[in-house]
Design a protein around this ligand. Structure first.
Ligand code: ZN
Ligand code: ZN
Length: 371
């Protein structure tokens, strides 16, 4: 498998990386057992003690059979549990000989997919979200690689749509392509969607985002869009990048946070704006139920406080993708404690990584040159 070495906005940040090797262990993070929540029949007050006199032996057998069935059934998985349990394709020790697909697809529920780009194709290995409503499918981000041959993101989305239309005998949905923010590891696949049938592509530049989603007072305000029986609330969260947008989904109760909040290096370009955006996310979680905060990379191992080196093609023992409200509150508390002067800090689930003024300037120039 050939690796895409094209320029990425994220690659510029490599100057920030620590050189120490995290000395990865071989421990494997097994998903939590689906059966671990099974009932202990001896301790269950509902089944202890002698049966009532009136019960026949056969009715008791039926009850025990029912209880046994309940015990054997896997705990009902919700979408967040499905994501936590997922062992993503995390690159390969030998990408040249790897036959893993370019895109790993998880159906978190019947209407909700998360796609991850293989690290062998691009080391950023971003996540892409696909939410189906009755008349519109919402796509957040298009990945880190332009080439449809190396990275067939449009074809993958189209396959999901075709399977769904065939299964439901339904109409073809409109495809709404948006971005968590404007960095090229989340927008490189845009051209694959451009000019395709049924596609509305919201360009990633700030003025396009403001215009399409109607944010006249950016970064203040929020917008609700309806996918057909599924509402999304969008609001600005600049700080990592100027056009960063959070998306709250009523169906999964997920808050999509892009590169603003994920299990990895949280690059903060505009410190004050970032702090305001994190406080805004915290405030939102206090007024609406949020099951998980879902970002667009994994750069932490499942050992608390252990950050993977930048640019690895192989990342075993990754942390789970979903973050919790407690994690968000921990970030907010740390930012408040740090105060006005940006400071790097490694925490259990993520790392605060302020970007210096010089790096910011170089990043802008390179971004301007390479788009
Ligand atoms: Zn970014
Ligand atoms: Zn990114």
């Amino acid at each position: 498998m050939r690796v895409d070495r094209t320029f990425s906005g994220e690659l510029m940040r490599s100057g920030l990386m620590t050189a120490n090797d995290p000395k990865l262990t071989d421990r494997v993070s097994w998903p939590r057992s689906k059966y671990s929540a099974g009932f202990d029949l001896t301790q269950n007050p509902h089944v202890r003690g002698p049966p009532p006199i009136s019960m026949t032996q056969s009715s008791m057998k039926t009850i025990y059979a029912l209880l046994l069935t309940l015990w054997l059934l896997p705990a009902a998985a919700n979408p967040t549990q499905a994501v936590t349990a997922k062992n993503w394709i995390h690159g390969s020790q030998n990408c040249e000989e790897s036959h893993d697909p370019a895109i790993d697809v998880l159906a978190a529920d019947a209407d909700t997919y998360i796609l991850r780009q293989n690290k062998c194709i691009h080391v950023e290995a971003p996540f892409i979200y696909v939410f189906f409503g009755q008349h519109t499918v919402f796509i957040q981000d298009t990945g880190a690689t332009e080439s449809a041959t190396q990275f067939p993101i449009y074809a993958t989305v189209l396959r999901l749509i075709n399977e769904r239309v065939a299964a439901n005998n339904g109409d073809r949905p409109k495809i709404l392509v948006t971005h968590s923010h404007g960095h090229s590891d989340h927008t490189a696949g845009d051209d694959q969607f451009r000019d395709q049938a049924n596609v509305v592509l919201v360009e990633n530049q700030l003025d396009a985002v403001i215009g399409y989603f109607d944010f006249p007072n950016w970064p203040i305000g929020e917008t609700v869009i309806d996918l057909g029986g599924r509402e999304l609330t969008l609001f600005p969260i600049p700080g990592h990048q100027e056009a960063s947008v959070a998306v709250y989904d009523t169906q999964t109760q997920w808050m999509l946070t892009g590169d603003t909040f994920y299990p990895g290096r949280l690059y903060v370009r505009e410190w004050d704006e970032y702090k305001t955006s994190i406080q805004k996310l915290v405030d939102f979680t206090r007024k609406k139920p949020v099951a998980a905060l879902m970002g667009t990379h994994i750069e932490m191992s499942n050992t608390p406080g252990e950050v993977f080196d930048f640019g690895l093609e192989y990342q075993p023992n990754e942390a789970a993708l979903p973050l919790t409200i407690d994690d968000l509150n921990a970030l907010n508390a740390a930012l408040i404690e740090i105060g006005d002067d940006p400071e790097e800090r490694i925490m259990d689930k993520f790392m605060i990584a302020p970007v210096g003024a010089v790096q910011n300037f170089i990043g802008r120039v390179l971004g301007w040159i390479f788009g």
